[in-house]
Structures are given as structure tokens and as C-alpha cells.
Ligand binder design. Structure first.
Ligand code: PLP
Length: 455
């Protein structure tokens, strides 16, 4: 049986919808990541762990909106929290300070003690962007370093060497900086240094060479939510950035609230200078957070570094003394109410989500072993991916690119036919709403699919 023709047979309404959508939006999508060939599946209903498409096919959802739905779809506690906020406040937006900004912030600080002060944004992208400005303001150095294959948002400074072609990517120990979009100015490529993940010696050499220019090193502590930094690498990177006066930024947009409530930094026991959060923290609503060392974040204080509002100082403050940070929707009460409910739910259930993920991963790994297929799952916390490879360990972007991507794609399309959804070639994210029965069904579907492909 050909999984692609089965896909087309089962999804005619999705195809029709996408043809119509293409008359409105380029490619019919409003974010290119939503596109895949031959056409995306269009969903019309979701509750808990399940999604239903416009052709009435029902799936167990592991896309979970790229990991942001850590409590699954339509969680009743989140609905209630939002309704209560609106009932109590009468509105959902004041444009003034609001008590939830402080309450949510204090709860975040208990799980992320490195966030001595924090600011809200509307997305992970905005959070990482703000963190870079904070680092530059603090150090006076404007170049940044990032890692090959790491994603921090789609803006020019960071949309470099996220998914480069291996042919053009250069030496493993000194990767080329490659732009990933039409329309980017070359200056960004020159101002962003690309580092190799999990190679401390090479990173240290590259950073020392440009220490007078590099103000920040940003990384995903677990690349793509699936490739963990080695503990010694993390420790080493912390030490070398400290020594060279470089701000170390952990982009925990994926890992925060998914590796445990305190993110990767708690698991590694390494404290960054700045942290960015997003995705799961909003439970499916748009949010971003930047937090970190007081002396760095205070650059954005409206009274130039004063901790509390001080009218005598504000008279002397000019624009150049203050780091500009604004946003009409920053700290949106409705979203913070949702975020507080996410914390309430995860305080009870995060351990269980991680255990369920582990059981699913072990089930899949056992099947790979049973069918004598090289590879298995990679990941940590409540996110993982499936790779086909004879490598013992996936350490970085290049290792991932060298896995058998064509067979992985076939597996994904066959899983769709068995009612298991993630966007083909994407990660699997488990939520509090996935049941033990979902996990059993998913392992069974993998069993059938691996049998179809390999026997
Ligand atoms: N940083 C990381 C690690 C991410 O995974 C993402 C999104 O996938 C972002 C930043 C950007 O976040 P957003 O899509 O909310 O702008």
C-alpha cells in the first residue's frame, strides 16, 4: 500500500480547502511551517489529546501546536481561568499595570531563580530579540553568537544557519554563517558568529578570537527540544562566557515547562545570565518572557536603572539612557490568567507527562530493536523525535541531517493513516491530556507501521 495515495484519498476536503486558501494567502498558509507536501491537513475540532480534520478523520495529536499545548486542547481549567479573569475585571485588556503581571512573575521566579527581574513579550521571537538588545546594552558589544541548527525566531539577526544545506555549511568546527531567507541584508551574516553545538573546544577558540565584539551567546539548551547539550559542554560554555564578558542566553522557549517547571537550567544546574520563555508558558496563547540578572534587565527600566519608580530620576532620563522595550499586548491579563492555570496544572502533572513520554519512547525504541531497525527516539522531557541512523548518539544539527529522512517521512505518513498526527518530519510533544490508552494506541500504530516498512 502506498501511504501517499492513501493520504490523498482520505483528505480530499483538506486539499479543497487549501486550494481556496491559496487564493487568499501565499501557499494557503499564514506561517510557512504549516505547509507540507502534498498539502496540509486542515483541522476543524480538537479536545484533549485528539484532533479532527475537515474530512472527519480523527487523530491523536502529537504536534500540540509545536509544543505549546502542554495541557492539550481546550483544557477546562484554562477556559475557566480566562472566563474568571474577564468576569472579574470586566475587560481583557487595560493597557496599564495589572496584578497578574506580578503574580505570574513571582511564580515564574520560584521556578527560574535566575530571573531576578523579567519582562513580558507576545512571542518567543520577541523575547529572544529583546534579550539580544539587553545583552548589547549591558556589554556594549553588538555581535552575537548562535549555534548551527538552533532556531530563535525568524528575524534577520538570528535567521542564520538554522537549517543550512550541509554542502554549504563549511567546516564542522567553524561553520559558515548562511542566511535562511530572501531579503536579508548581508550585514546580519557578518554580525552573527556560528558555533558548533556540543563542541566546547571549537566554541571556545571561536569566542576567544572575537571576544571584543561578541556580546551574547544564545543557545537552545536542548536543540530543537530533542538534542541535549552535554553537561560538560554546558558547564564549559558557562565558564568561558563568564570569563570573556559575554552574556549567556538560554532560549528555553521550547524547554521551559517541558523539561520540568524550571526548564533545562534546573535540570543542568547551570544558571544563564538571561532566559527566554514562550510556547507552553501560555498554554496555547501568545506569550514570551525575558528574565535574568537584575543588572542586565534593569537596562530597560523607564527611570534609567532605578529599581522603583522615582520621579526625581525620571526627569534626567533621556532616550539614550534607556533600552527601549514596549508592546501594546505585553502582559495581556487573559494570557497571564491562562499561564497561571498552566502552572497550576503542571504543578500536579508535569512528572506524569514526562513519565508518559518516557513510556512511549521506550515502547518505540523496543520496536526498533524488535524489527532490527537502526535508530529510535531522541529527546528529553516531554518532547522527542524519531531518527533512523546507525550513529550511537545524535550530538548536533549535522548528525540529524545525516539520518534517513526519507524513511522517517514514510513512517510519518503511514502513522497518519493509523490516526497518529504530527506534521510529517516534526517532533512529538506529549501533553497532560494524553491518556495511557493514547500511549498504548500509539505504540501499537508504530508496531504496525514498522512492520509494513521493514518486513
Ligand atoms: N525560540 C525557540 C527555541 C523556538 O522553538 C521558537 C519557536 O519555535 C522561538 C524561539 C520563536 O517563538 P515564537 O514562534 O513564539 O515567536
Amino acid at each position: 500500500n502506498n501511504p501517499m495515495s492513501e493520504f490523498l484519498e482520505k483528505t480530499p476536503s483538506s486539499k479543497e480547502f487549501m486550494e481556496e486558501a491559496a487564493t487568499v494567502m501565499p501557499g494557503g498558509v499564514t506561517a510557512n511551517i504549516k505547509h507540507f507536501e502534498p498539502h496540509p491537513i486542515v483541522m476543524k475540532y480538537a479536545k484533549g489529546s485528539s484532533v479532527t480534520d475537515v474530512d472527519d478523520n480523527k487523530y491523536i495529536d502529537y504536534l500540540m501546536s509545536y509544543g505549546s499545548l502542554v495541557t492539550g486542547h481546550g483544557h477546562e481549567k484554562i477556559k475557566r481561568a480566562i472566563n474568571e479573569q474577564v468576569e472579574q475585571d470586566g475587560t481583557w485588556l487595560f493597557g496599564t499595570p495589572h496584578h497578574l503581571e506580578v503574580e505570574m512573575g513571582k511564580r515564574l521566579q520560584t521556578y527560574f531563580p535566575s530571573m531576578e527581574r523579567l519582562r513580558y513579550t507576545n512571542s518567543g521571537t520577541e523575547a529572544t530579540l529583546l534579550s539580544l538588545r539587553l545583552a548589547a546594552a549591558h556589554t556594549g558589544k553588538h555581535k552575537v553568537a548562535k549555534f548551527e541548527g538552533h532556531y530563535h525566531g525568524g528575524y534577520d539577526q538570528m535567521l542564520i544557519s538554522v537549517n543550512p544545506s550541509v554542502d554549504e555549511a563549511g567546516e564542522a568546527h567553524a561553520p559558515n554563517a548562511l542566511p535562511e531567507s530572501k531579503g536579508m541584508h548581508n550585514s546580519h551574516v557578518q554580525n552573527t558568529l556560528i558555533l558548533p553545538f556540543n563542541d566546547l573546544k571549537a566554541c571556545e577558540a571561536l569566542l576567544r578570537e572575537q571576544q571584543d565584539e561578541i556580546g551574547a551567546v544564545m543557545l537552545e539548551p536542548v536543540q530543537g527540544g530533542i538534542i541535549p547539550a552535554d553537561a560538560t559542554f554546558m558547564q564549559g560554555l558557562r565558564e568561558v562566557t563568564k570569563e570573556l564578558g559575554i552574556v549567556l542566553i538560554f532560549d528555553e522557549v521550547k524547554t521551559g515547562f517541558r523539561m520540568g517547571l524550571g526548564g533545562a537550567q534546573t535540570v543542568y544546574g547551570v544558571s544563564p545570565d538571561l532566559t527566554t520563555l514562550g510556547k507552553a508558558v501560555g498554554g496555547g496563547f501568545p506569550i514570551g518572557i525575558v528574565g535574568g540578572k537584575k543588572e542586565i534587565i534593569m537596562n530597560s527600566a523607564p527611570t534609567a536603572g532605578a529599581d522603583v519608580f522615582d520621579s526625581s530620576q525620571s526627569k534626567n532620563t533621556s532616550a539614550k539612557d534607556v533600552l527601549f522595550h514596549s508592546g501594546t499586548y505585553n502582559g495581556h491579563p487573559m494570557i497571564l490568567a491562562a499561564g497561571m492555570a498552566v502552572i497550576d496544572i503542571l504543578e500536579q502533572e508535569i512528572g506524569n507527562v514526562i513519565e508518559k513520554t518516557q513510556r512511549l519512547k521506550t515502547g518505540i525504541d523496543d520496536l526498533f530493536h524488535h524489527y532490527k531497525v537502526q535508530g529510535g527516539t531522541v529527546g528529553i522531557g516531554s518532547i522527542f523525535s524519531v531518527v533512523l541512523t546507525n550513529k550511537e548518539k545524535i550530538q548536533n544539527y549535522r548528525d540529524l541531517q545525516q539520518t534517513d529522512l526519507a524513511t522517517r517521512k514514510e513512517i510519518d505518513f503511514r502513522l497518519l493513516q493509523k490516526g497518529i498526527y504530527t506534521k510529517p518530519m516534526s517532533r512529538y510533544s506529549v501533553s497532560t491530556s494524553h491518556t495511557e490508552e493514547d500511549i498504548d494506541k500509539t505504540i501499537m500504530a508504530f508496531d504496525q507501521v514498522l512492520q509494513e516498512v521493514f518486513e
